[in-house]
Design a protein around this ligand. Structure first.
Ligand code: AMP
Ligand code: MG
Length: 407
């Protein structure tokens, strides 16, 4: 017997409720609002933003326009998106796409490399077969999965300048595991430019608490109980400016014969990862990294996940001096047009392979990058390690990385 879960969209009848309930955010202060917080359906989920006292109509309009423009580039359901144009031309020809799509794809592939393929943006053919959260969701036949898995392989993506080519017909890019993080970072650039003092961005559970609250207290961000996602939060974190991104079995799934089939697919098996974890939350200041990592860590599991985090944290800490060097480098290259933001050389670094990325941290010169040793460089967090993760298992047990236990 199939039980279809409650759809995200049914929550939309009260969007303002969703602003606060979807991720159990407790901001604990009040200030005069220019405009009510806004929420819209984008990326197939509820995206809400509260910019508090600085939340004018113009600010919300700009923020939501940016979200729609990112969705229009990266959507896997809109044939007009750049990602779908790449997919449609698989096995035939390369497709020239925007700088933005190239950058996010390169970040995704960098995470494929550091996770040994646990994160794989070419997972598209398998995601399509399962059809989770669509009207055609079903358990695929083993043979179908085997054929789809033959088309999965992050190493086969060809990028030449701004042209992306998938060499096999049927290959499909799916950046659903990273694009909301990218979008949250992109919004923080606007918040910074518009001098918004503090804001909460929630893109379907991909949260960014931006700036500092008026009373200077820490933000309080809840992590859902995977066994009761609509109930009380399992944990409430007290955090400085940061992003909290969760990958969980309760987000998109169907249940058949008592078995839950969720949307985080192990690229080695083609099946939803089944390692006793029910959610992984990542905390840092780069939402694109947090998003890629939450999906990756879910698949890697606790042990390998903790090892990866440890390596990234050590790298980030030792990279501080490199950052200073990068930022004092001469600024002789022309600026790069990156969507709404023009980026000078001092804001980016390259690993010699053309890899350059940005974080969305206000007033920071720190850049998320993949260094020679292949690890992302994460900016520091106030009074915390640069990266933390919280794993919840099927029994409800919580495992947190150092520095994040009990915060
Ligand atoms: P998230 O909710 O960020 O963990 O991302 C899950 C989404 O990423 C899925 O809905 C798919 O679109 C995509 N996805 C699923 N499995 C993988 C994977 N192994 N690597 C990269 N993306 C994936
Ligand atoms: Mg993710």
């Amino acid at each position: 017997m199939r039980i279809i879960k409650k759809n995200h969209f049914t929550v939309l009848n009260n969007v303002l409720f969703a602003v606060f309930s979807a991720v159990f955010l407790f901001v604990g202060f009040s200030c005069k609002r220019v405009e009510l917080p806004r929420a819209e359906l984008i990326f197939g989920t509820i995206c809400s933003i509260n910019a508090y006292e600085d939340g004018t109509k113009a600010v919300y309009d700009e923020l939501f326009t940016r979200l729609h423009s990112i969705d229009a580039l990266f959507s896997t359901t809109k044939p007009s998106s750049e990602i779908e144009k790449i997919n449609a031309a698989a096995g035939v020809t390369g497709v020239e796409v925007s700088e933005e799509v190239i950058a996010v794809l390169k970040v995704a592939l960098a995470f494929s490399r550091i996770t040994d393929g646990a994160f794989d943006p070419t997972i598209g053919p398998v995601v399509k077969l399962w059809g989770i959260n669509t009207e055609y969701e079903r358990i695929p036949e083993k043979e179908e999965l085997d054929s789809a898995l033959k088309l999965v392989g992050w190493k086969n993506v060809k990028i030449d300048g701004n042209t992306v080519f998938l060499p096999e017909k049927g290959m499909r890019l799916d950046l659903g595991g990273i694009v909301k993080g990218y979008a949250a970072d992109a919004l923080t650039h606007i918040l910074k430019d518009r001098k918004v003092a503090c804001a909460v961005i929630d893109l379907g559970g991909n949260v960014y608490v931006w700036g500092q609250k008026k009373d200077k207290s820490l933000w309080r961000v809840g992590i859902k109980n995977p066994n009761d996602p609509e109930g009380e939060p399992k944990i409430v974190l007290s955090l400085p400016e940061s992003t909290v991104v969760t990958s969980g079995v309760y987000e998109r799934y169907f249940i058949e014969d008592g078995v839950r089939y969720h949307h985080i697919i192990n690229p080695k098996t083609g099946y939803p990862e089944n390692n006793e974890l029910t959610s992984v939350s990542v905390v840092c200041r780069s939402s694109i990294a947090a998003d890629a990592l939450s999906t990756s860590l879910f698949i890697l599991g606790k042990e390998k996940g903790f090892q990866l985090i440890d390596r990234i944290v050590k790298n980030a800490v030792s990279a501080d001096s490199k950052n200073s060097a990068i930022n004092s480098a001469s600024d002789d290259e022309p600026p790069v047009d990156f969507g709404q933001k023009t980026v000078q050389k001092k804001d980016r670094v390259s690993d010699g392979m053309g890899m350059w990325l940005f974080n969305g941290v206000s007033g920071e010169e720190y850049v998320l990058d993949v260094l020679e040793n292949g690890l992302p460089l994460l900016p520091p967090m106030k009074d915390l390690p640069p990266l933390g993760a919280i794993f919840i298992d099927a029994e409800g047990k919580i495992f947190a990385t150092d520095g994040f236990k009990g915060i």
